[in-house]
Design a protein around this ligand. Structure first.
Ligand code: MAN
Length: 533
């Protein structure tokens, strides 16, 4: 019933309107809007709208361009820059370039642009108008509902800002207190550490002496071992070890050819024909020892502190030693110095087996007296408390920085975007998962790979509404190109979500993001419901 009434009313209005229009149309040349009709009032002459030329009125729309501003041919395609009005009754009137008049392509929904062409255009303005009005209605409805949520977001955003502002005021006080506490505890710690160090000094001397004793013992053992080997190698007991005495020792077959030749023997004797005991101990022994260890199967790869065999540093296993030896021999054609000085040092450092310099054990903690124990405990406690105060201060300072950063961000006309800060939204396409954390960053992640930064929060950049576009810049560098960047276009929606992601240019990404915060009634949207002709 109501619908029928509305229909009747609109028919009546259209009729009245049409009547006026018909009355007004007579003096209005084709292609001219009602608003411009007075500029084309019938008479003897017509003056071009730029005022530069006056022509006969009959020359208006005579399919010949007279005016430099194209104003004499609004209804034909004769002028290059003219504009033709499609009345489009039932839908929206619009201008088209007059060059499109009678070009056999239907531009106006009321078919008025093809009045003298062979193309038959249908008038579908009513249908299109209805669809458009329906769309506008849905949009208006969405905007209405969205702006309710937007208002809620805005209230929350304002509350958040206020809360942060309040916290900023109190946090400085907490920082001052934390600083004072830290200074106090630092002083206590320093005093306690001084007392502890003094008490430990006596013990330190004991520990150092013990350490020194162990080092000396180890040196003595090493020397004794060297002497023993010297005696063993000096088979003719003439007080020197000679080449011939070394060539009989297969342990020194460094190139693994089954014999120890003169060259090999000389290497171990530091290129001397013979060496006395002292030279043997200081120069030859460090070279020989690794070979004797290898031979005795005592060499073991170094073990890391976690108990794993170290693989990061260059390992020297007997096999590698042999392989390197062969390589070197191939290259030089002569006997290689298989274990160079470095290798020998490595062995010296790593030896663990029987008969060689033992790893000097760290001296065990001595049994402290009760007073020392108490001082150690106090110093430990003072250190722990000082560190806790340090941590508290640094936590407060980082909270302050975060709050300041938050407060300095622009969250929209009414703080409506503030609640999106700290949230992240994902969108998945065939290849990637995209992530947008508003006011922070945009990210791309291949389904089986690691994240690529597509940009960090930079600015608002919408036009005319600044808050309709976000820019995230300075993303990861694009191979052979610029740094990645992302534009986020905001659209009104009832939920916060990414609706589409594309890469219009390489490493330039475009996200569409729906949010109630973007449901703003613009004048355009408001006008949409009154735009019927
Ligand atoms: C990756 C992705 C793509 C980008 C290319 C550029 O594959 O980040 O989006 O186009 O790198 O090399």
């Amino acid at each position: 019933m109501l619908i029928n009434l509305k229909k009747m009313l609109s028919t009546l209005l259209a009729f009245l309107y049409f009547g006026i229009f018909v009355a007004a149309e007579l003096p209005r040349p084709r292609g001219v809007s009602l608003a411009d009709a007075s500029l084309y009032a019938p008479g003897e002459t017509f003056t071009c709208l730029d005022g530069k030329l006056t022509i006969k009125y009959t020359q208006v729309n005579d399919d010949y361009c007279d005016c430099a501003d194209s104003s004499d041919e609004p209804g034909t395609s004769a002028c290059p820059n003219g504009r033709f009005l499609c009345e489009n009754a039932g839908h929206k009137s619009m201008y088209i370039p007059s060059s499109r008049v009678n070009d056999n392509i239907c531009d106006c929904c009321d078919a008025s642009d093809e009045y003298a062409s062979s193309t038959q255009c249908a008038n579908n303005c009513e249908e299109l108008g209805q669809e458009d009005r329906q769309r506008q209605k849905v949009l208006a409805d969405l905007l209405k509902r969205g702006s309710v949520v937007r208002a809620e977001m805005s209230t929350k955003g304002k509350a958040l800002k206020e809360e942060h502002g309040g916290r900023l005021n109190t946090i400085q006080q907490s920082i001052d207190q934390a600083q004072a506490l830290m200074a106090e505890r630092e002083k206590i710690k320093e005093d306690a550490v001084k007392l502890e160090s003094a008490a430990l000094e006596t013990y330190k001397q004991i520990i150092d002496a013990e350490k020194q004793r162990k080092v000396e013992l180890a040196e003595q053992e090493n020397r004794a071992e060297a002497e023993e080997k010297f005696k063993l190698f000096d088979s003719n007991e003439d007080g020197v070890v000679e080449i011939a005495e070394i060539t009989t020792r297969i342990q020194f077959d460094s190139n693994r050819d089954g014999q120890v030749d003169e060259e090999e023997a000389k290497y171990f004797l530091e290129h001397n024909d013979q060496v006395d005991l002292e030279t043997f101990i200081t120069v030859c022994w460090p070279r020989m020892k690794p070979y004797l260890m290898l031979d005795a199967g005592l060499f073991k790869p170094p073990v890391s502190t976690e108990g794993k065999i170290e693989t990061t540093r260059e390992e020297t296993t007997p096999e590698e030693v042999a392989a390197r030896d062969e390589e070197a021999q191939d290259e030089d054609g002569e006997t290689a110095e298989l274990l160079n000085e470095e290798d020998a040092e490595t062995f010296d450092e790593e030896e663990t087996g029987e008969g060689e310099v033992e790893q000097i054990e760290a001296p065990s903690e001595p049994e402290y007296d009760d007073e020392t124990k108490r001082l150690i405990e106090e110093a430990t406690k003072a250190r722990t408390e000082f560190e806790a105060a340090q941590r508290e201060l640094s936590d407060l300072e980082s909270e302050k920085r975060q709050i300041e950063e938050l407060l300095n961000k622009d969250y929209g006309f009414h703080e409506e975007f503030a609640v999106l800060n700290g949230e992240c939204f994902e969108y998945e396409d065939r290849e990637y998962i995209y992530k947008l954390c508003p006011f922070d960053r945009a990210v791309q992640k291949p389904k089986d790979g690691s994240e690529t930064r597509l940009g960090v929060w930079d600015r608002w950049d919408g036009k005319p509404n600044k808050y309709s576009t976000m820019v995230y810049a300075n993303g990861a560098g694009c191979w052979n190109g610029p740094q990645r960047s992302t534009i986020v276009q905001l659209e009104c929606g009832l939920d916060n979500r990414i609706t589409a992601v594309s890469e219009p240019n390489r490493c330039e990404y475009l996200f569409k993001f729906e949010t109630p915060a973007a449901c703003v009634h613009t004048s355009h949207v408001d006008a949409a419901s009154h735009d019927e002709l």
